[in-house]
Ligand binder design. Structure first.
Ligand SMILES: C[S@@+](CC[C@H](N)C(=O)[O-])C[C@H]1O[C@@H](n2cnc3c(N)ncnc32)[C@H](O)[C@@H]1O
Length: 379
């Protein structure tokens, strides 16, 4: 079975998530509504909307799940009401606007997974004036955390694995956000909300956030934990907070600091975050204050510094760089040129194999490359 299907099994088996969406959709979607299920996966949100009385559901899905979702829709007798649209939501069009947009494009810390990009595009192009988004708001929260077992993943690089010196990798490891499922005992203080994103207005512009956290117990600060709480309707929220009684099965994010700091009850941890949603870049600055006058530690990290960008790739992003096509670029250009609305696929495959003998060891390899390009760029 495809791992993608198993990923969707996990979404469906998350009772807290499915019942929160079910309740919110039941509250918000009215009989006769037109609904958009953005990133439909199995189509579960669209099916819930049909059950709530939606007249028509447009289910947009970029991945191969779409065919399975079509069959699932048929098996449930909603084939006349759900219209499946294959593609990325920002690149497709719909014949009419929707009364409600539904999506679970909420990342571990809320803003990732395209929440801001896809919702702002859908709001502008697909939502009726006065229409509703589910979720309507997403709150990003942070707390100071003591979590030696995850901090060990950063320290690992300093411990000479296999007897070799790998310490240069440590700074990359300290500039990485880790997916982690925190437990309440990991928290050194109460969570603080850094922002509430209102999806009726939000854009993918950068977010600059700040918050002050107070240690409620003595312990060792290893970093900052982040998670979200989404408002799905007036009465329903969805959260992966370790403190939520209805917590969904989605991990949180651990933002490490360079070295652990001992915290006493009452110490203050100031957190400043800068987030570029479209690039999924997060900068986190953390200061530990004993009292208003005594700053005990200060750290600055960024996922940009944790990225593996090789020098060759970086050079190719400089404005003075003069690009020219590689042999694979040439082969791709051949395919695009050959797609002139006249030639059959088999003809294109043969021609590409013939034109680029150095790239493909068999006609089958050429056909696979052609399929890759055609499924992406051709209709
Ligand atoms: C987190 S899963 C949620 C699936 C389903 N809505 C649910 O609630 O179980 C996200 C799905 O959206 C698809 N997806 C993500 N961004 C998309 C976009 N902008 N346009 C279309 N599909 C998208 C992914 O391929 C994936 O199947």
């Amino acid at each position: 079975m495809s791992l993608v299907v198993d990923e969707h099994r996990q979404y469906l088996s998350d009772q807290a998530r499915v019942s929160a969406f079910g309740q919110a959709i039941g509250e918000v979607v009215k009989p006769g509504d037109v609904v958009l299920d953005l990133g439909s996966g199995t189509g579960i949100l669209g099916l819930l909307a049909c059950r709530a009385g939606a007249k028509r559901v447009y289910a947009i899905e970029e991945g191969g799940m779409i065919d399975l979702a079509r069959e699932i829709c048929r098996a449930n007798g909603f084939q006349g009401r759900m219209v499946f649209v294959k593609g990325l939501s920002t690149r497709v069009n719909l014949p009419e606007r929707a009364d409600a947009v539904l999506a679970d494009q909420i990342g571990n810390f809320g803003f990732e997974a395209g929440l801001l990009e896809y919702f702002s595009d859908a709001r502008e192009r697909f939502l009726k004036p006065g229409g509703v988004m589910i979720p309507s708001h997403v709150d990003l929260s942070v707390a100071p955390v003591e979590c030696p077992e995850i901090f060990d993943q950063v320290e690992f690089w300093n411990h000479s694995p296999a007897g070799f010196d790998f310490h240069t990798a440590r700074s990359l490891a300290a500039n990485t956000g880790y997916p982690v499922k925190f437990r309440p005992e990991h928290l050194l203080g109460h969570p603080v909300s850094l922002t509430t994103i209102d999806l009726s207005k939000a854009t993918p512009a950068c977010l600059t956030l700040e918050g002050s956290l107070v240690a409620t117990r003595t312990g060792t600060l290893h970093g900052i934990g982040g998670w979200f709480t989404a408002r799905l309707s007036n009465h329903v929220i969805l959260s992966n907070s370790p403190l939520s009684t209805q917590r969904i099965n989605r991990r949180n994010v651990f933002f490490p600091i360079d070295r652990p700091v001992a915290l006493a009850k009452g110490d203050c941890v100031r957190v400043m975050m800068h987030i570029l949603p479209a690039d999924v870049l997060v900068t986190w600055k953390v200061e530990v204050w004993g009292d208003a006058e005594t700053r005990r530690a200060r750290f600055s990290h960024s996922t940009l510094q944790g990225m593996l960008i090789c020098k060759e790739d970086l050079q190719r992003t400089q404005p003075h760089f003069i690009p020219k096509l590689s042999p694979w670029g040439e082969a791709r250009r051949s395919i695009l040129e050959l797609c002139d609305g006249q030639r059959a696929l088999s003809e294109i495959e043969q021609e590409v194999y013939h034109r680029h003998p150095g790239l493909f060891r068999s006609p089958g390899q050429a056909a696979a490359f052609v399929a890759e390009v055609i499924t992406r760029y051709c209709v």
